[in-house]
Design a protein around this ligand. Structure first.
Ligand code: ADP
Length: 661
């Protein structure tokens, strides 16, 4: 507490008092017993001193209490006797004692000058007593200084002040937390007062007086006029106002604020607005984000060809989106259930039973496909997914979901199925046709081992007829018979497999073996056409995944085409090269190259078209079937002219998945 000059101090009374005290306390009364009038006066003043509701202390330069009036001692819970002779510091808090010493020192330095300060004292019971002290050093008769202190109890005021300060602090904190400042605005004098938070919101130095010009400068130029109009009207009509506007902060950022003010009258009857100003930037941002995301979903919904539906707790349609002219959302569904409208409800009872069980269990469902009708009553296929929704208490309210018209996709699937079937049939027919054409080759393939069987059987008989029979040689002959028999039966099994109408059987295959088996069937065909075959098969080929019969059909077809392409060639050896390799991606390549007539450019584009043929007896289906077989395997079939003579047909097949991983 800083000691300051006393503004008012009962000077004459104090001086007189000190005079009296000089007599009564510091020096024992030296009033003669006969001086009755004076004695009476001293007594009276002593009464005043003792019971005047002001606390008086007399303290010597060392801080020892020389005297204290009864009132003063009682205020602190003591009797005067308990305090006299003690250090005055005893009635102060430890932490305030340095201040007290400084105050006393100041008084001692400035004899006859009054000083005043406010400080806490501590009562005997430990409670606090706030006092306003008025002190002055006076010189005693013997010239020694004494500090006279008069104190007034200001505890109540201090407590009120503290309470006020505290509630102000709470308010400031609440304002800060809620980003809400308060303000007062006297319309007549244009005087404005702001709370700390309002200063913060406007980013204005708290020391400066808020001015309308400053506020206007802060307000976004586009909002300025509206703010001026609102406040001017409020001032004119003496009415409350509530408005939002933007501030442009010194760093260029935008702040949204909402100001709400109530019109009141001050003590002098003048119009005054008291209000709050809230920083609503975060709310505005959140609102904007919400709006954006809502708009985003609306955009998606409006551009989607899907439609959205909502059903109630009884699963009857309550809402259906009708945002687009192009959508096929059926009309007139409100109030109906899904199974009311689906013509397949009776045909597929199990599907619908499961669906209704899911709905009754209030669990989400996905990709239910059913038949329905479009706006024009045309049958359509619909795929729908939905999820249940509930109110805040968890009560089931219904389902929301989306429907897609999948008619085209389903029709395409059906068409593809039909096409696949037709292709398989055709592949089978052409395979059988090819086998027919290959009868000579096949017969040769079977005849060769059969001839060997007969020869070996003859030999065996001859070995047995010897005397003694050469059993060892006979056994060898029988072993050869068995081997050749197996070879013949393998060929027959293979031909039967090719001729059989079987479903496609995808399996991991050794590409080399598939090629070799196919070549075996056309060996004779090649020989009869004076065609030699060169096999360049990689020994490290990974396995492929496919249908053995179909792949062999493709190879036989390509080989046969190669043989036919070389038919008229007499000026060079008729050679067919069959190669296998892997490409950079690890896919398996098998190629068949001939040195025949080659393919002219116009034919190149049409080779794989059904019924394209340049042969008098050709059907033109071979390559088209080959390509569809290879594509069904996830591969590619391509043709390219060779550099010198002839053409190369190349098959690219993906790896068997497990081997690839
Ligand atoms: P087809 O053999 O019944 O004509 P393909 O679909 O197998 O039917 O062949 C279509 C056409 O492609 C043949 O007529 C021929 O003109 C051409 N072609 C096929 N393979 C070769 C080849 N290796 N060299 C040149 N032309 C070929």
């Amino acid at each position: 507490m800083k000691p300051g000059r006393a503004v008012a101090f009962g000077k004459s009374a104090a001086q007189y008092l000190v005079g009296c005290v000089r007599h009564t306390v510091t020096a024992k009364p030296r009033v003669e017993p006969g001086d009755a009038g004076l004695l009476e006066a001293v007594k009276q003043w002593q009464q005043v001193f003792e019971h005047n509701p002001v606390m008086y202390f007399m303290v010597d330069p060392a801080g020892t209490v020389m005297n204290v009036n009864t009132f003063g001692a009682a205020q602190l819970g003591y009797t005067p006797a308990e305090l006299i002779g003690r250090s005055v510091l005893d009635v102060f808090f430890e932490e305030d004692r340095a201040t007290v010493r400084a105050c006393i020192a100041l008084c001692l330095e400035t004899v006859d000058q009054s000083h005043t300060w406010e400080i806490r004292k501590v009562r005997k019971d430990g409670s606090v007593l706030w006092v306003r002290e008025n002190a002055k050093t006076m010189l005693r008769a013997n010239g020694g200084p004494i500090v006279l202190v008069a104190c007034e109890n200001i505890t109540e005021r201090k407590e009120a002040e503290n309470a006020l300060r505290q509630s102000e602090a709470y308010l400031a904190q609440a304002q800060e937390l809620s980003h809400t400042g308060s303000f007062g605005w006297k319309a007549a004098t244009r005087e404005i007062t702001w709370s700390k938070e309002t200063y913060r919101i406007f980013q204005c130095d708290e020391g400066t007086k808020p001015k309308i010009s400053f506020m206007l400068a802060r307000i976004h130029p586009d909002d300025r006029l509206a703010v001026q109009q609102t406040t001017a009207r409020a001032a004119r009509e003496g009415k409350d106002y509530d408005h939002e506007y933007r501030l442009v902060m010194p760093d260029g950022s935008i702040k949204y604020v909402r100001a709400v003010a109530r019109a009141t009258r001050d003590a002098s009857g003048q119009l005054e607005f008291v209000g709050s100003v809230t920083d609503i930037t975060a709310t505005k941002e959140a609102e904007r984000r919400l709006r954006d995301s809502e708009q985003r979903f609306r955009d998606y919904a409006e551009t989607a060809s899907d439609w959205f539906w909502e059903t109630g707790p009884d699963h009857r349609v309550t809402r259906i989106s009708e945002h687009s002219d192009t959508n096929t959302a059926p009309a007139g569904l409100i109030g109906l259930t899904r199974w009311d409208i689906a013509p397949d409800a009776d045909l597929e009872p199990e599907k619908w039973r499961q669906h209704r069980a899911a709905l009754d269990a209030h669990i989400p469902f996905r990709d239910l496909v059913y038949r329905s009708k479009d706006r024009n009553g045309q049958p359509i296929y619909v795929r729908t997914s939905g999820k249940p929704f509930f109110d805040a208490d968890g009560t089931f309210l219904g389902y929301r979901g989306v429907c897609t018209d999948v008619t085209a996709a389903i029709r395409a699937d059906q068409a593809e199925d039909a096409l696949r079937k037709a292709q398989a049939e055709l592949a089978h027919v052409t395979r059988v046709t090819t086998l027919g054409e290959l009868t000579a080759s096949i017969a040769h393939e079977i005849n060769q081992p059969l001839a060997a069987v007969i020869a070996n059987a003859d030999a065996c008989l001859a070995w047995l007829q010897r005397s003694p029979p050469d059993l060892k040689a006979a056994r060898r002959s029988v072993e050869w018979i068995i081997e050749d028999g197996k070879r013949a039966s393998d060929v027959i099994r293979h031909v039967r497999a090719l001729a059989k109408r079987s479903d496609i059987e995808m399996a991991p295959l050794d590409a080399g073996a598939v090629v070799r088996e196919a070549v075996a069937l056309v060996q004779r065909e090649m020989a009869s056409h004076a065609v030699s075959v060169r096999m360049e098969l990689s020994s490290t080929l990974p396995r492929i995944f496919g249908d053995r019969i179909q792949l062999q059909q493709v190879l036989i077809n390509l080989i046969k085409n190669g043989i036919e392409a070389m038919e008229g060639i007499d000026d060079r050896p008729r050679e067919l090269a069959i190669r296998s390799a892997t490409d950079d991606n690890g896919a398996v390549l098998v190629s068949v190259s001939d040195c025949g007539a080659g393919i002219d450019e116009q034919a190149m584009d049409r080779l794989f078209m059904p019924f394209f043929t340049t042969k008098s007896s050709g059907m033109g289906m071979g390559l088209s079937i080959c390509r569809s077989i290879i594509e069904a395997h996830g591969g590619r079939l391509s043709a390219m002219p060779n550099q010198e003579h002839g053409a190369t047909f190349q098959i690219t097949l993906p790896l068997h998945r497990e081997d690839a991983s």
